[in-house]
Design a protein around this ligand. Structure first.
Ligand SMILES: [Zn+2]
Length: 324
């Protein structure tokens, strides 16, 4: 029998956890059309290249249209994670998406948090949420999203993230927003070093002051930057299966996670957009085990995720106690 390894993840896009079964359920409930061609199999979607992935991603997530959908989405994902001995999930959500579908900031968050509470009661899994600004909608959209978060404190909303098109919307466009968040001591994570290289990671760190980087793995191309990230104690939310699916690295052995871990960086593993990449948090841990991470090293990944999560200290201590 496989040994039980407690897990945690801090980089998953909630809207992107939608499974084909939920797609069909939401389409039926909301009377929307969905082409069967979009499905790869029971768990995944069919897509060819990155642009096709983005296209399919938009089609699939556009089916999430009500707070009830958000409830089902959240509960379903947490239930699956709990089966994999996941203790904690910190998921990114998008009020921009919710509003495009006619929900309000409060109505969609209500759906999410009601499910989070029910899942915690049913399975013991704890979850918190990060609001994402979407870079390719422009600096003003991201700024508005951040202001709304600061004006409406919510116990389950513990951080702010920057996601979307990294290549065409560099960090310098978002300085005003992230200065404002820093002034309010609001926790920050930024996608950087997934599509773009070390220079943009440096800009993200110096201009937007995140304590965590979404991916960040391409820092490996510049040893000085690797040292800087270690010295600043910045955490990497790595997503190996996602990087392999989008062809940034050919396989797990050639993914830099092992080297970054050995160089003393605070590394975590995460599923990112699980069904799109045929990924799961359990699958990430299995893959790491196959490339030589020991059980103790896997638990270090879990402890990193919990210790550097944006949750409150009491919840963190309770979760860390469970592991020991
Ligand atoms: Zn991501």
């Amino acid at each position: 029998m496989k040994k039980k390894i407690y897990k945690a993840e801090i980089h998953v896009h909630l809207e992107a956890t939608i499974t084909p079964a939920l797609c069909r359920k939401f389409a039926k409930r909301n009377q929307l059309e969905i082409s069967e061609e979009i499905f790869g199999n029971d768990y995944t979607y069919a897509w060819d290249d990155f642009y096709d992935f983005i296209k399919k991603y938009d089609i699939v997530t556009s089916l999430i249209t009500t707070p009830e959908d958000y409830y089902d989405l959240t509960y379903n994902y947490l239930k699956d994670c709990a089966k994999d001995d996941v203790l904690y999930v910190e998921a990114m959500v998008s009020s921009t998406h919710a509003k495009m579908k006619g929900m309000t900031y409060h109505s969609f968050m209500e759906g999410v948090t009601a499910a989070a509470k029910k899942a915690e009661k049913d399975f013991g899994i704890v979850s918190r949420y990060i609001m994402n600004g979407i870079r390719h909608l422009g600096p003003e959209s991201v700024h508005k999203t951040a202001i709304e978060v600061l004006k409406n404190p919510h116990p389950y909303l513990v951080g702010f993230g920057l996601a979307g098109d990294e290549l065409h919307f560099p960090p310098k466009l978002f300085v005003k927003t992230f200065d404002m968040l820093k002034k309010e001591n609001f926790p920050i994570t930024v996608h950087a070093g997934e599509w773009d290289g070390p220079e943009k990671i440096k800009d993200a760190i110096h201009l937007l002051h995140p304590t965590r980087l979404g991916h960040g793995v391409r820092c490996i191309e510049d040893i000085n930057l690797v040292n800087e990230i270690r010295d600043l104690d910045i955490v990497l939310e790595t997503c190996p299966t996602s990087n392999i699916a989008t062809k940034i690295y050919p396989n797990y052995r050639e993914h830099p996670i092992r080297e970054l871990f050995d160089k003393g960086l605070k590394v975590t593993v995460n599923s990112d957009d699980p069904p799109f990449f045929n990924a799961s948090i359990g699958g990430e841990y299995d893959a790491m085990s196959q490339i030589g991470f020991t059980d103790n090293e896997l638990l270090t990944l879990t402890k990193n995720a919990i210790t550097y999560s944006f949750s409150d200290n009491e919840s963190k201590n309770n979760l860390l106690k469970k592991i020991d």
